[in-house]
Design a protein around this ligand. Structure first.
Ligand SMILES: Nc1ncnc2c1ncn2[C@@H]1O[C@H](COP(=O)(O)OP(=O)(O)O)[C@@H](O)[C@H]1O
Ligand SMILES: [Mg+2]
Length: 348
């Protein structure tokens, strides 16, 4: 259940309705880790599917910034893969032909001009939106490769008349050189920036009571709100730590949260990992070092584990909500990766 997101979802519905009428748009969901960007993006995707749109997904990775058009490929490849040969010819016909090279498709003629490649990708996108409205969901844009960001900037200036809605998720752009394309996108006057807020007191109270399945003392609720700052991810971690350590939802429980201090959450993550033993700890550290979308064999090698031991450890780590339940390996949340990374022994 999503709390405190009525405004964002209403604005998204408007943007979707406009896109369906041919008034394309780009919505940027901006906020710090854990505030609920991915969750909102997924909800937007569900609503778009329910409204009959075609939805394509991508998520940029911290270590894939140098992979040219990596994000665009993630978006387009599934749609091209499921198209028939005849449909592909239409999708990649005419001006869209020059999309083949940036997408690395067989038989693509080399393209030497960036604008030619972008133009081809634009036409491919437009072609994908002819039968029904198209929604592109692109998460973690703070890590997107530069060519894919240029594609989004190219697209945003040509949305008018297209039944296309692009929804991006991103951390706020920093001031560095590598973020200038993201800043440019966020500042574009046609882009709607949504900044989902921290959860209010009533929502924190509901989430605490959902978790405890019973009455929770107002002092306990208040302490949870304080410790998490209303950040939904941190609140979830905190509540998990409390149940794990059997902290009651009472005034006494409130005192215990207070005593555990601000590092409660990182500590909770590390405790959860420690309980799994040495293999899991070695593997999770390797994944923290290697970054996002880590192939199991690479992590196993760095951790000095056999494939079988790494598989067991990875499964254990996903069962305690540290890693996602998939291959390649990925942390469930960047905040968890930070906790593990921050705990690496110096010089390791
Ligand atoms: N509006 C919300 N109400 C309740 N829980 C939420 C809400 N938004 C996010 N969450 C929970 O918080 C956690 C982190 O959300 P996530 O979308 O991954 O954040 P982000 O992408 O901003 O880092 C998830 O477990 C999610 O279920
Ligand atoms: Mg996210």
């Amino acid at each position: 259940m999503l709390y405190d997101r009525d405004r964002e979802l209403a604005l998204f519905d408007d943007a979707l309705a406009r896109a369906s009428r041919g008034e394309g748009g780009l919505v940027l969901i901006e906020g710090p880790p854990g505030v609920g960007k991915t969750t909102l993006l997924r909800e937007a995707g569900r609503e778009a599917l329910a409204a009959g749109a075609q939805v394509l997904n991508a998520r940029a990775g911290e270590l894939e910034r140098d992979h040219s058009y990596g994000l665009v490929r993630q978006l387009m490849e599934p749609a091209l893969a499921k198209a028939s040969e005849a449909q592909r010819e239409v999708l990649l016909g005419g001006a869209a032909r020059s999309a083949a090279a940036p997408l690395g498709l067989d038989g693509g003629e080399p393209v030497f001009e960036v604008t030619t490649a972008l133009n081809g990708l634009f036409w491919l996108t437009a072609n994908l939106a002819t039968d029904r409205p198209l929604v592109l969901l692109a998460d973690d844009l703070q890590w997107a490769d530069a060519p894919s960001m240029r594609y989004l900037l190219f697209l945003v200036r040509r949305l008018d008349g297209l039944p296309l809605l692009v929804v991006g998720g991103t951390r706020p752009a920093g001031g560095g050189d590598d973020a200038h394309l993201l800043r440019e996108l966020a500042c574009d006057p046609t882009v709607m920036v949504l900044a989902p807020g921290l959860l209010g007191a009533a929502s924190v109270a509901s989430l605490v009571r959902e978790r405890y399945d019973a009455y929770a003392d107002p002092a306990f609720v208040e302490e949870c709100a304080q410790a998490s700052g209303g950040n939904p991810f941190l609140l979830g971690e905190l509540l998990q730590a409390c149940t794990q350590e059997q902290v009651p939802a009472s005034a006494e429980g409130a005192r215990r949260i207070h005593e555990l201090g601000p590092r409660t959450i990182a500590r909770a993550v590390l405790l959860r990992i420690a309980a799994l033993g040495a293999d899991a700890r070695a593997l999770v550290r390797a994944v923290a070092i290697l970054g996002t979308d880590v192939p199991l064999p690479r992590a196993a090698q760095l951790a000095g584990l056999s494939a079988a031991a790494a598989t067991t450890a990875a499964d254990a780590l996903s069962s305690v909500a540290v890693l996602e339940q998939r291959r390649p390996l990925e942390f469930l949340h960047p905040v968890i990766r930070s906790a593990v990374y921050g705990d690496l022994p110096a010089g390791d």
